[in-house]
Ligand binder design. Structure first.
Ligand code: TXA
Ligand code: MG
Length: 337
């Protein structure tokens, strides 16, 4: 199949919407990462997403809608707390897991009786949803296991020949995928996957915000993940990634022992002047690190680097999302100095 590249003109967005309405799949921009979109209510279209990504069938897809008021059409109940949270953070980089109804086929929800609902704020994505008139199922548009795509070029790299089209909507703003939450009870939520809507932000509306254990720890044999995606190795470039916690002095002394031409480190912007070995920087604040992380992991692969030492991000705010992606890219290999 030839994958056509579309821009964000109204004429091209109409083409993208037509493809989706007719059961095809399209790479689409969002404010978090690029998605691979299809009509969520059409099991044949959704199956094409799983095939193109090589995604395990038990990993549910998020359903993207134009407005949170549309969630009623695809869910069987919406708790008051979910409405309050949606009022504040939707549209935006947040997914709320709710009980699904029959309009969402089982293939879309990975066999679960819930569905993740997300209202993207990206204007191009919003327009595609409106023009198609469909609920759009969209996982990140990477090959399963690889870093998520933050540009149309990344989507082409992974999906060219496997999908109908890619819409170029520029570089993704946030750079990591949406925060996924489940409603725990009337006053608390559980974060299943951290993102740019942080625990601290959710605490403004909830008495308690639980961080699911699978966010920071590998599951033990027999344990099930509240969010199925958390049990898979993820975001990994082909290089061996090792996350290192410690000051820049400790980090430098550690990397010195392994220094070789095929080794490259990923450090903070402000570390540059202290670090004498081969490196790339991935920002200074946690938000910058989220924005650059996946792009850098892809660039490191293009350089043919074999080993990557990453200076660990902070665990606060958006840092938790960066840490969660990196610990998976590292296959839980963390050096604590
Ligand atoms: O920002 C995002 O969320 C991007 C853009 C394209 O919207 N999408 C995305 O989708 O990251 P995906 O499929 O790559 O990741 C969805 C995550 C997976 O870990 C999945 O297991 C979890 O959300 N998830 C989806 N539906 C769920 C449900 N009903 N219950 C629990 N976890 C769910
Ligand atoms: Mg993904």
């Amino acid at each position: 199949m030839e994958t056509i590249l579309l821009d964000d003109s109204e004429a091209d967005l109409l083409k993208a919407a037509e493809i989706i309405k007719n059961g095809g799949i399209v790479g689409i921009p969002t404010e978090t990462v690029y998605g691979l979109g299809a009509d969520a209510s059409d099991p044949d279209a959704v199956e094409k997403i799983f095939t193109a990504k090589g995604r395990p069938a038990d990993n549910p897809l998020i359903v993207h809608l134009a407005d949170f008021s549309d969630a009623e059409k695809y869910t069987s109940a919406i708790p008051e707390l979910a409405k309050k949270i949606a009022d504040k953070f939707c549209p935006g980089p947040l997914t709320i897991v709710l009980p699904k109804n029959d309009r969402i086929p089982s293939i879309t929800s990975g066999g679960l009786d819930t569905v993740g609902i997300r209202i993207p704020s990206h204007k191009t994505m919003h327009r595609i949803i409106e023009l198609s008139g469909c609920p759009i199922a969209a996982p990140s548009a990477n090959t399963s296991g690889l870093p998520s795509p933050t540009s149309a070029e990344h989507v082409m790299d992974d999906m060219s020949g496997k999908i109908n089209a890619v819409v170029d909507g520029g570089q993704s703003e946030f750079g990591v995928e949406s925060t996924v939450i489940a409603i725990e009870n009337e006053t608390s939520v559980r974060i299943l996957r951290p993102g740019c809507i942080t625990r601290e932000m959710l605490l403004e509306l909830c008495d308690d915000v639980i961080i699911d254990p699978a966010i920071l720890h590998d599951l033990e044999a027999g344990q099930t993940a509240a969010s199925p995606g958390m049990k898979y190795k993820h975001y990994s470039p082909s290089a061996d990634v090792i996350m290192v916690e410690g000051s820049i002095e400790e980090f430098t002394a550690y990397v010195e022992k392994f220094n070789a031409p095929c080794v490259c480190s990923l450090i903070y912007d402000e570390d540059e002047e202290y670090f004498p070995y081969r490196y790339m920087t991935y920002g200074s604040s946690s938000s910058e690190q989220a924005h650059w992380l996946f792009q850098r992991l892809r660039e490191l692969d293009e350089l043919g680097v074999k080993k990557v030492f990453v200076r660990a991000p902070s665990l606060d705010g958006v840092g938790l999302a960066v840490y969660n992606r990196l610990i998976r890219a590292a296959g839980f290999e963390v050096i604590r100095l």
